[in-house]
Design a protein around this ligand. Structure first.
Ligand SMILES: [Zn+2]
Ligand SMILES: [Zn+2]
Length: 263
């Protein structure tokens, strides 16, 4: 699998995943024009994208759907509540591919698991993508995708414990969110609630609590520009990094990760 985070943060989220048989996006939280520009930077284009897997209906994950009217070949994978919620705001009817939350299904040579995560949306999900025949030439690799969740319940831990690569949010630093003057109190409560977003502290605690994970690399994503910083992340995850269990790669707010092969 070839993988790239096109952009991640409160203002938009999208990632690119390529296997031998398909090119897909995980979320489309930028305008179609912006997505096209981001894909061009890595030598790809929207015209070559086969499908998009949507975690939930929030704008920072799905705003690109409006402009995808010009790309009717793209299949949109979502659960029913998410699709219905998004369809209400669209002037066209995309090629919806409805999956059941909690199910496992295939798209070409990609195996997909979608499972519920606690977040204040209709029916938000996390994903595990698996590809490869598990032989010398095509090793089986698994990528877990966990953004937008207020806490990590046991069933989510189960799903991502054995993945090779994990993308998980480290949205805010609790002290920086507390000190923030832009956000009114109810918004802060929503962010740090059980159905909001994971803080550096919560994510660090969760990662450290897994004693035998299969992770080779963990990407910290959906980083808030105002209420987090690479310094705060460095401090909070120092003990996890020094434990040497896997590579930790923070994705700076609004930025991405250059394409890499998940080997
Ligand atoms: Zn959200
Ligand atoms: Zn989000």
């Amino acid at each position: 699998m070839r993988f790239s985070i096109l952009g991640s943060g409160s203002s938009g989220n999208a990632a690119f995943l390529q296997t031998g048989e398909c090119r897909v996006l995980i979320d489309a939280g930028f305008s179609a024009r912006r997505l096209e520009a981001m894909l061009a930077l890595i030598g790809e284009s929207l015209g070559a994208i086969d499908a998009i897997f949507l975690t939930h209906e929030h704008g920072d994950h799905a705003t690109g759907l409006t402009g995808l009217k010009r790309h009717p070949h793209v299949k949109l994978f979502a659960n029913r509540d998410t699709a219905e919620s998004l369809q209400r705001g669209l002037g066209h009817r995309p090629d919806w591919q409805i999956f059941e939350t909690g199910s496992r299904f295939r798209f070409r040579d990609l195996e997909v698991e979608a499972f519920s995560v606690p977040h204040d949306a209709c029916d938000p999900v996390g994903f595990v993508f698996t590809n490869g025949a598990d032989d010398l030439f095509s090793p089986r690799r698994r990528l877990g995708w966990l953004t937008d969740l207020g806490h990590v319940p046991p069933h989510v831990r189960e799903r991502v414990r054995e993945v090779d690569y994990l993308v998980i949010e480290a949205n805010h630093d609790t002290a920086l969110l507390d000190a923030d003057r832009k956000r009114p109190w109810p918004v802060k409560q929503r962010i740090c609630g059980r159905h909001g977003h994971l803080s550096n502290q919560a994510t660090s605690e969760y990662l450290t609590s897994e004693t035998r994970p299969g992770w080779r690399e963990v990407f910290l994503a959906h980083v808030s520009r105002d209420c987090n910083s690479l310094d705060a992340i460095g401090r909070e995850f120092a003990s996890f990094v020094s434990g040497g269990r896997c590579t930790l790669s923070p994705v700076p707010a609004g930025e991405g990760i250059a394409p890499r092969d998940l080997i």
